[in-house]
Design a protein around this ligand. Structure first.
Ligand SMILES: CC(C)(COP(=O)(O)OP(=O)(O)OC[C@H]1O[C@@H](n2cnc3c(N)ncnc32)[C@H](O)[C@@H]1OP(=O)(O)O)[C@@H](O)C(=O)NCCC(=O)NCCS
Length: 208
């Protein structure tokens, strides 16, 4: 068992200030402002879409990768994701990508309804629509087109099952995700915003 000491409050606020300063210097005032709002009452995400009736590109990662549905939740947790949101509901599945048997990437798909974890909000899905979420590539394997190849594989599997449209959301600042998803043909189609005040929240969408 590992016991780690929690930082003192003064140390924690020091870390926060350092982080805020880093964001301000590296990403500029606009990104800093949105991240501050994001951490408090206001959130916004880009909604991306992709028709499955359009051709799905063949994307070859730079490493030999095999892909299949994950059957074990423990498998999923061997590759820790950002906010560790275990799914495994009847309408959700996770595709895993492996290099030499090691799990290096995961991507979830939901049908019938999408739970927007970041908004704590449910988005109803139309018949024939699928929601892709929580794309994750092991940091040591990023930049090798694993996530776009997984998207393409998921899209092909969904098309075979009769789905016609795929959507996903991402932070507008998440350039790596936007680039990865664009390779699989996803384009921004709307901005979803959420404003929260205490127990109340309002979520709205603006088409682009
Ligand atoms: C977003 C993510 C899934 C992309 O996965 P990937 O397998 O690296 O995808 P790609 O290889 O197509 O790389 C996408 C972009 O990441 C950036 N990138 C390249 N090498 C990288 C590296 N070593 N580390 C981090 N990012 C890198 C590049 O901008 C690249 O775009 P480019 O190839 O056009 O230059 C991955 O970065 C990730 O897991 N991020 C953390 C979780 C997250 O943000 N998920 C997205 C939720 S919508």
């Amino acid at each position: 068992m590992t016991i780690t000491k929690q930082p003192e409050p003064a140390q924690r606020s020091g870390h926060l200030l350092q982080r805020a300063w880093r964001v301000l210097c590296r990403e500029g005032a606009r990104s800093f402002w949105f991240k501050l709002l994001h951490a408090t009452c206001y959130r916004r995400f880009s909604l991306l879409e992709r028709s499955l009736t359009e051709p799905i590109p063949d994307i070859a990662p730079s490493l030999p990768v095999t892909m299949d549905w994950l059957t074990e939740v423990t498998d999923y947790f061997s590759l820790q994701t950002t906010d560790g949101e275990p799914q495994r509901k009847h309408n959700q599945r996770c595709l895993g990508a492996r290099v030499n048997g090691r799990l290096v990437g995961t991507m979830w798909v939901a049908v019938s309804h999408a739970w927007l974890h970041s908004f704590k909000h449910e988005l109803p899905l139309a018949i024939g629509e699928a929601y892709l979420f929580q794309a994750y590539t092991d940091p040591a394997f990023r930049g090798q087109a694993i996530a776009p190849a997984m998207s393409a594989e998921l899209l092909r599997r969904l098309r075979e099952e009769g789905y016609r449209r795929a959507i996903r959301i991402t932070l507008p600042e998440n350039q790596a995700a936007l680039r990865a998803h664009a390779k699989a043909g996803f384009r921004k189609c709307a901005i979803i915003r959420r404003f929260r005040l205490g127990p109340w929240q309002i979520v709205w969408q603006r088409k682009l």
